[in-house]
Design a protein around this ligand. Structure first.
Ligand SMILES: [Zn+2]
Length: 360
């Protein structure tokens, strides 16, 4: 019976070397799929087989998230696609994917179900001197990370539900908002997966996605998500928001935001710089280490921790004398936000935004 190879848990964007037994079984189970993509009548023993986790439903380093249904869609696009090195399309492929499947593997015992789906693929390398060498690079862990070049038609903001590239959304992925918590976005409707590459650092911010701009610098709604340019995308996003509200500089924008906030409904005010505490519930996290890892993965400080009756609290920004609100960031994660009372109170997040723009 064909069964998907069970592998150790690994982060998204990683290569999965199998034991000899698992590889041998996969060679038998997937013989038809392997032969389907070969021009000549090859023997499955002629190839090395490896796995790869190429996507997950958890928030990625670039604040994108592929929901379970879109992972299924992505998996349908992967068989037959090439394995490349470093997204270098001037070079020929080194391998080929012949199967992909959505799997459910919680990253920790009590992780939310919605964050526990992954897309895994199986690919083959020929048993040739070069293929043997590349297989050795994977088995030794020297080649361990991957990155996917793909396309998503819709990128939906987790707070307002609108496409990030449209005029209606004024949220920055990665920011914290009093209404809606931590902003990220879902990538859905996947028409195409171009290739998957071995890269030097698949989990590193900036290696996963390219948001192409049209010649005039505006957003191209049909742009491919390929390797290389998340900072560019986020900078474009920040600039788009600045343009939308007519501000010329980050300081102008913050002034507009503060004014809007002071006069009633206005632009959503980024609150990351006002987060005093992140509280991780022991209902979700098994240990302080696991909670600290969540903080680090979501760009919160994890150095100063105190244990509470409900879990673990991680100190963020210092400061007192302002009222606070506790908001939900994720299932089992809350933030205590110091709420600015007057427009004159300085929000130092402008520095972070300036950094984003400087990367463009
Ligand atoms: Zn939005």
């Amino acid at each position: 019976m064909t069964s998907w190879p069970t592998v150790n848990l690994a982060a998204s964007g990683t290569l999965l070397p199998f034991s000899e037994q698992v590889e041998a079984k996969a060679r038998v189970d997937f013989a038809a799929a392997i032969k389907k993509y070969a021009i000549a009548d090859i023997n499955p023993d002629d190839v090395h087989i490896f796995g790869m986790r190429f996507t997950s439903s958890t928030t990625n380093a670039w604040w994108g998230r592929v929901p379970p249904d879109a992972i299924t869609e992505m998996c349908a696009r992967v068989p037959g696609r090439p394995l490349m090195i470093g997204h270098d399309k001037s070079q020929a492929p080194i391998g080929k994917f012949f199967a992909a499947e959505r799997v459910y593997r919680p990253v920790s015992p009590r992780a939310p179900k919605s964050e526990s789906y992954h897309g895994e693929g199986l690919f083959m390398l020929p048993r040739t001197p070069i293929g043997d060498h590349q297989a050795a690079l994977i088995k030794t862990g020297i080649w361990s990370e991957s990155s996917t070049g793909w396309q998503a038609l819709d990128m939906l903001c987790s707070i307002c539900g609108n496409d990030l590239r449209g005029e209606k959304c004024l949220h920055l992925p990665g920011e914290v908002y009093l209404d809606g918590g931590l902003a990220d976005f879902e990538t859905v409707n996947i028409p195409h997966v171009g290739e998957i590459s071995v890269v030097y650092g698949g989990a590193v911010r900036g290696t996963h996605m390219k948001m192409a701009a049209s010649a005039d610098g505006s957003f191209d709604a049909s742009a491919a998500l390929a390797a290389g340019a998340v900072p560019e995308f986020l900078a474009m996003r920040a600039e788009k928001i600045l343009n939308a509200i007519g501000g010329n500089t980050v300081d102008d924008w913050m002034a507009d935001l503060l004014e809007a906030a002071a006069t009633g409904p206005g632009y959503p005010m980024p609150q990351r710089a006002n987060v005093a505490e992140v509280i991780c519930s022991s209902d979700r996290f098994d240990s302080a280490q696991e909670a600290a890892a969540w903080c680090a993965q979501h760009d919160f400080r994890s150095g100063k921790m105190s244990e509470t009756s409900e879990g673990w609290s991680f100190e963020q920004q210092k400061g007192a004398g302002r009222s606070t609100r506790t908001i939900r960031l994720r299932d089992g994660v809350q933030a205590v936000v110091k709420v600015a009372k007057t427009p004159s109170e300085k929000n130092d997040h402008s520095a972070a935004l300036a950094g984003l723009l400087a990367q463009q």
